[in-house]
Write a protein that binds this ligand. Structure first.
Ligand SMILES: *Cc1c(COP(=O)(O)O)cnc(C)c1O
Length: 399
């Protein structure tokens, strides 16, 4: 397909020049039939890789039964999916959305309603983090900590203050009597793969508890087993008041959700919130099957077995190319490689060598492969990256 021709009919907000037509396991194929090893998984979505038989079968069966009913009625898959989510998260109640952004919107609304019930004059103040990413709608954008994403669209929702991530004092200094919620990613993704320090996240949790402030953890990217626990906060022995999830929740079918403890969730009453599609039978049949496959195949266990190998290989590259690679960080199968050169160059060269990488910010490559990745795939990735970095080291203008 002629990229210039097909681009004509799209609002130009993405820079893209490939057409993908099918996928199989950890590989994806373009319209020319080229095969790529995928370390991006559709931006941390395709946890089960591509074309999982059992998953496809479940969707086909659901399509034959019913695809949509609206939220005027219950449907069976959503009941089951809500059960899986509450069990896995330790939270009590769920609302299904169609995307991560909408899960954030719902979480913000829930926090505001909770504060409103306590005090009708509540200003609904929210503390968010610098370099955070929570989505593109007006509400989600309002708590996203990258100024150039926000600025052209102001005025956004009011009452949002930004604290420095992993700096407890910074959060503390912003808390006032209007603060109703603190929102953050348990592991910052888009902002550059920064995990929360134990001291920070447990400290924030304590501040929240002491001041009856709700802690909203955004696990849209880092949740669903990616870091070696079903949800990343489970590494820290804490629980959020509100949790947002999406991306790998449906492993490709668009679906998100937010969940909360009853004490918080019950602030919402009929009429407060809603969506036409959210939690429809097709989307939630996908969610059910994802949880079932995770269970059957021990996906989280596999992440814990394979992730150290990916880290080891990336560390080996860092040792070898220590002028180009500044840092390797992250948790589980959500790792970042910070470079002293623009990530875009490496991403582009990788693509030319049939390896899909995605960047986070201007100089960080983010590794978020399908969770079913095996050693052989990591070895193949290592070989390609080694070649590219070797070229950069010898012929790039960075030395
Ligand atoms: C992707 C992402 C979102 C937005 O999700 P969409 O499904 O793109 O709307 C929000 N928060 C985090 C942490 C994300 O990674």
């Amino acid at each position: 397909m002629d990229i210039e021709e097909i681009s004509k009919h799209f609002i130009h907000v993405y820079n893209r020049n490939l057409v993908f037509t099918k996928g199989e396991g950890v590989y994806i194929y373009d319209s020319q039939g080229n095969k790529y090893l995928d370390m991006g998984a559709g931006i941390a979505v395709c946890a089960l890789g591509y074309s999982n038989e059992e998953y496809k079968q479940a969707l086909k069966e659901q399509i034959d039964k019913i695809i949509h009913t609206s939220n005027l009625y219950f449907n069976e898959p959503s009941v089951k999916a809500a059960g899986y989510i509450t069990e896995a998260s330790g939270l009590d109640k769920v609302f299904f959305t169609n995307s991560g952004t909408e899960a954030i919107e719902g979480a913000i609304k829930l926090a505001r309603k909770y504060a409103y019930l306590k005090n009708k004059d509540s200003k609904g103040g929210i503390i968010a983090m610098e370099h955070s990413f929570h989505g593109r709608s007006m509400g989600a954008l309002s708590v996203t900590g990258t100024k150039h994403y926000r600025e052209p669209f102001e005025p956004l929702i009011g009452g949002v203050l930004f604290a420095e991530y992993n700096n407890l004092e910074s959060v503390k200094s912003l808390i006032n009597h209007d603060t109703c919620a603190i929102i953050m990613e348990t592991l910052q993704g888009e902002g550059g793969i920064y995990p929360a320090s134990e001291e920070f996240i447990t400290g924030v949790k304590k501040l929240c508890d002491e001041n009856d402030i709700l802690l909203i953890l955004d696990e849209i990217q880092c949740g669903m087993g990616r870091t070696g626990k079903m949800f990343t906060y489970q590494h820290y022995g804490i629980k959020p008041d509100i949790l947002t999830m999406a991306k790998a929740l449906g492993c490709g079918v668009p679906v998100g959700a937010f969940a909360a403890k009853s004490r918080v969730a019950d602030a919402m009453c009929p009429g407060d919130h809603g969506t036409t599609y959210g939690g429809n039978p097709l989307a939630t049949a996908a969610v059910c099957k994802v949880f079932e496959i995770f269970q059957e195949k021990g996906i989280v266990q596999h992440v814990n077995e394979i992730a150290p190998y990916l880290k080891e290989k990336l560390e080996a590259l860092k040792d070898k190319y220590n002028t180009i690679i500044k840092d390797i960080r992250g948790m589980g199968l959500m790792l970042g490689m910070e470079l002293s050169v623009p990530a875009g160059n490496i991403v582009k060269e990788a693509l030319e060598n049939n390896l899909i990488l995605i960047s986070a910010g201007s100089n960080i490559i983010r590794f978020v492969p399908p969770l079913i990745i095996e050693k052989e795939h990591i070895d193949a990735m290592y070989k390609i990256l080694d070649g590219i970095l070797n070229n950069q080291a010898n012929f790039g203008n960075i030395l």
